[in-house]
Ligand binder design. Structure first.
Ligand code: AHG
Ligand code: MN
Ligand code: MN
Length: 334
């Protein structure tokens, strides 16, 4: 019989390499994994228990919430607010930051999360996921406000995401590369199946929502035109295209076989400044992509160096295989 490393064992062994570690981060990652197992179960049963539809409410960004957006947000909050590892939380689904209840102890970390990414895919049975980013609460701050969360992505101590697809997977980094775990549904454990994931430097695959083409800036127009021209154009090779409309699935694909994923700046008023949110989508995904040897940029700036101005600030995202993203950045410089 093969002996498998599970997530708990993996993070405790990593913790032992840092003698100053208190074990708080390991415990927090385990709590997040428990929440994600619950969400995986709910997503899987959503049709049967009748929670797969739209709700009657909108979130702070004016998007109609799915029932599961609200339920998965509650699962994250309820799994994390009593543990004593967090000083405050931020979520896509809640306008302001989420305080730890007064009767519960506070910890030294801050978490921001997208409880259900790609939720437009719920009713068509495609992959969705959960994204999270962990920061240290600034020294001396006992009553965190949104100001405590205004830290650049380079300050993240851990970032990860779960994808609820044909299998449920958790991808995680604490700054020592990227490791992937598959949920063994029978036992309820995440098993290390994809150690030290790396993104190939070159690719012939891009992911972008082509329906926005007329709204893009010239550098992105140029890059995509050149991909589409294939062997007949300056790139002298054919490209393939994918668009799942679920960032977790796209980033997982990029981690597995390379590629570029773009949600660029466009001039659509509804996506002013980009579509994806810096704090709980772009920043954690950028940490993961960089740790796997890829690049993540707005086209002009390294996303990891951006400090959010608010919980729901949007940002253009261009990430993936090193040589392709460098090319797109160079087009923005011309
Ligand atoms: P969310 O479901 O959390 O709002 O995020 C959806 C995001 C992202 O996952 C995906 O890449 C993008 O929105 C899809 O946008 P389009 O529908 O504009 O293609
Ligand atoms: Mn999302
Ligand atoms: Mn979401």
């Amino acid at each position: 019989m093969n002996s498998h490393t599970n997530l708990t064992q993996f993070i405790i062994e990593q913790q032992r390499t840092k003698p100053q570690s208190t074990g708080d981060l390991s415990a927090l990652i385990n709590d997040i994994a428990s929440a994600c197992k619950k969400i995986s179960h709910l997503v899987n049963r959503s049709g049967i228990i009748g929670i797969g539809g739209a709700s009657e409410s909108e979130n702070v960004q004016g998007e109609v919430q799915k029932e599961l957006d609200i339920i998965t947000n509650d699962v994250m909050v309820e799994h994390l607010n009593w543990t004593g590892h967090l000083a405050a939380m931020a979520s896509e689904e809640i306008e302001d930051i989420i305080q730890i209840p007064e009767q519960q102890p506070k910890g030294k970390y801050l978490i921001s999360f997208d409880p259900l990414d790609g939720s437009s895919n719920i009713d068509i049975n495609l992959s969705v996921g959960t994204i999270f980013s962990i920061l240290k609460c600034p020294e001396g701050v006992t009553e965190p406000t949104v100001e405590a969360f205004k830290q650049p992505g380079t300050e993240q101590v851990c970032a990860g995401f779960c994808v609820y697809g044909p299998t449920t997977m958790m991808i995680i980094t604490t700054g020592n590369g990227v490791d992937g775990f598959t949920l063994d549904q029978d036992v309820g454990e995440f098993i290390l199946t994809h150690p030290q994931m790396t993104i190939p430097e070159d690719t012939a695959e891009f992911a972008i929502n082509m329906s926005n083409q007329r709204f893009w800036e010239p550098p992105v127009q140029r890059y995509i035109d050149e991909c589409i021209n294939g062997v007949d154009g300056v790139r002298e090779k054919d490209f393939n295209m994918r668009w799942v409309a679920s960032m977790v699935a796209e980033v997982y694909r990029v981690l597995t076989r390379g590629g570029v994923f773009l949600y660029p700046l466009d001039n659509k008023p509804s996506t002013n400044g980009g579509k994806l949110r810096l704090m709980y989508e772009a920043s954690p995904m950028s940490f993961i992509v960089e740790q796997a040897g890829g690049i993540s940029s707005t086209g002009r700036d390294r996303i990891m160096e951006l400090t959010p101005e608010g919980v729901h600030q949007r940002v253009p995202v261009i990430l993936g295989s090193k040589n392709e993203v460098e090319r797109i950045i160079s087009y923005h410089q011309k």
